[in-house]
Design a protein around this ligand. Sequence first.
Ligand code: DGL
Length: 278
Amino acid sequence: MKLSQVPGPIGVFDSGYGGLTILHGIRQLLPEYDYLYLGDNARAPYGPRSFEVVYEFTRQAVLRLFEMGCHLVILGCNTASAKALRTIQQVDLPKWDPDRRVLGVIRPTAEVIGELTKSRHIGVLATEGTIKSESYNLEIQKLHPDIQVSGVPCPFWVPLVEYNEADSPGADYFVKKCIDQAMHQDPLIDTLILGCTHYPLLMPKILKYLPAGVRVVPQGEYVAESLKAYLQRHPQMEQHCSKGGTAHYLTTENPEKFKDQALIFLHEPVEVDKITLV
Ligand code: DGL
C-alpha cells in the first residue's frame, strides 16, 4: 500500500461522539498539532457489538484516517481499544505501513492507576463490551499485579449522555445504581476509572453518589499526557505530525446532527464532513 509520507494530522477515532472528550483533553495539552476526528456515528454504539464487528469497523476507520494523511491514530474509544487495537497493531499495521502507529486509551489509564490507588482495590465503569473483554484487568495486572480490579458495565450511561439526559433527575437512578454496584462488589475500592468516553459528562451526578474517600479518574488528561510523552520518545513520528493547530471532523452519519451533539461535548461549534466507511 502506498500512503503519503507528507506530515499529516493526528487521527482520533471513536464510535461516535464520546472520543470528543479525549480529543478535548489532547488539544488542551497539545494545541499546536492538527487533528482529524472521525466518529462512526452511523454504526454506534460499539459497546454491545461482538469482537469481530468492532475489529472490522475500527480497522476500516483507521485505514481511512491513514489514507487521509494521518501517520498516528488514537483510538479514543475504549470499546475499540479493548477489542480491536491489538489485532490492528499486530496484523494490519505491518501490512499497511510499519511506520504508522495506532494507540489506545486503556494503557495510559492503566499506567497511572498505580500512583492513584492506596487501597490497591479499584473499580472500572465501562460499556458491556469493554468489561467483557477484561482489557482493563489484563493491562492493570501486567503493570500492577497487586491491584484488585472490579468491572461494572453501565449500559445506560452512554444513552443518557447521547439523549442529553445527563443532568436530568432520571439519570440519578442509573448513576447511583452502577456506583453502588461497584462498591458492593468490592467495598475496599478507593479509585473508580471512568472507562468510557461518555462518562465524564455525567461527572456532577457521579460526584453526587461517590462515597467519601473514593476518587474518580476520567481519562482525557492521562491520554493527553501519555501522547505527549510518546511524541517526545518518538521524534520521527513527531515530525510526521503537522502543526497548524486545526481540528477537522468527519462523521458517517448526518453532519448537522453531529454538529448539534458535538456542542454537548466540546461547547464550541465545529465544521463536519460526511464520509462512508466500507
Ligand atoms: N466510545 C465508547 C467507549 O468509550 C462508548 C460508546 C459506544 O458504545 O460506542 O467505550
